[in-house]
Design a protein around this ligand. Structure first.
Ligand SMILES: [Zn+2]
Length: 329
């Protein structure tokens, strides 16, 4: 299986985030992807391609222009964590850089640094290459990418995410057929839901109940899309500590919905934070469970573009990625 990696992702490496009323070590470091790539590079099932090119962010086709312009134009010599948020969405853009970011940011875990925009340009190019590959070959593809994307919506960002990699892929694949997105990250993909809420791109998400887990304000079962998108947004919230068998049962239901939609392509937003040892998750899914998840999704028989989202058990991330990708490779 082909694996695409943005070569310069490591240049986005904040030291801290503000979380749970404390300044803590940043939980989404370059190591996550480096460990994955290290492991897949020595496994003959995978051909790893590092993407060096960059693409202008304004061509993304998904996000609100003004938010992207701010990403393109921020000049800073340190990582900025805004302390003021534009919750009433007032259009006036301040001059102060951190406050510009605060216009569209929704949390304090998503610092923006000197190289963040450049890393996003490289990520965008990586997604484009992966999309071209799956379009041409109809083969499964894995994108070992960071920063992750599923918390970035049309005009907001947060949760370590700036631009929505899965959505950027989906709008491109949609030109050649029906696209479904299955999001199995531990956290609800509020960004992806937001982008496709009024469209017939099917979004199905299994995630921890937002009543107790990030992102809190989105991800409830009654959010089912609006207008043309009505019925195409499916949220399956699960209780903290959900066990492997219960998770797999919920996944089977999700896959039945996807199968009924008959997509040409499936995008899998893959969060390895569903693993039992993850510091940000509570689900009780072991490594064999990850493999079984891969097997069940593979049975759909649809070409899958797998996009890395969360997953923070870094010492085990190599074993975990091999377990879940094995059925697709
Ligand atoms: Zn997550």
């Amino acid at each position: 299986m082909r694996v695409f990696v943005p070569k310069i992702h490591g240049l986005h490496s904040p030291e801290y985030e503000f979380n749970d009323s404390k300044l803590i070590k940043y939980q989404e470091p370059p190591d996550r992807i480096d460990k994955i790539v290290e492991r897949l590079s020595i496994n003959h099932r995978y051909i790893v391609t590092e993407v060096t090119g960059k693409e202008k962010l304004s061509k993304n086709g998904v996000h609100f222009d003004k938010m992207i312009e701010i990403f393109e134009n921020i000049r800073t010599d340190k990582y900025l964590i805004p302390d003021t948020f534009n919750i009433k969405r007032i259009e006036k853009e301040p001059e102060e850089c951190s406050a510009k970011l605060g216009m569209y940011l929704f949390d304090t875990a998503t610092p923006f640094g000197p190289n963040t925009a450049d890393v996003l340009r490289n990520s965008f190019m990586t997604i484009k290459e992966a999309v071209n590959h799956i379009k041409k070959t109809k083969e499964n593809v894995y994108v070992a990418i960071r920063p992750p994307g599923h918390h970035a919506g049309y005009d907001f960002f947060g949760g370590y995410c700036y631009m929505n990699n899965a959505a950027i892929a989906a709008v491109r694949l949609k030109k050649t057929g029906k696209v479904a997105i299955l999001d199995i990250d531990y956290h609800h993909g509020n960004g992806t839901q937001d982008i496709f809420y009024y469209s017939d791109v099917l979004y199905v998400s299994l995630h921890a109940d937002p009543a107790t887990e990030f992102p809190y304000y989105w991800g409830y079962a009654e959010e089912s899309g609006e207008g043309e998108g009505y019925g195409y947004n499916v949220n399956i919230p699960l209780a903290r500590g959900t066990k492997r068998q219960d998770y797999l049962m919920a996944l089977r239901n999700a896959l039945e919905i996807i199968s009924g939609y008959s997509p040409t392509f499936l995008i899998l937003s893959l969060g390895l934070d569903i693993y039992r040892g993850d510091p940000l998750g509570t689900f009780d899914i072991d490594r064999d469970g990850l493999n079984e998840i891969g097997v069940l999704i593979r049975v759909l028989g649809v070409p899958v573009l797998i996009v890395q989202e969360g997953g923070y058990a870094i010492d085990e991330i190599g074993d975990n990625i091999e377990a879940i990708l094995e059925p697709f490779s």
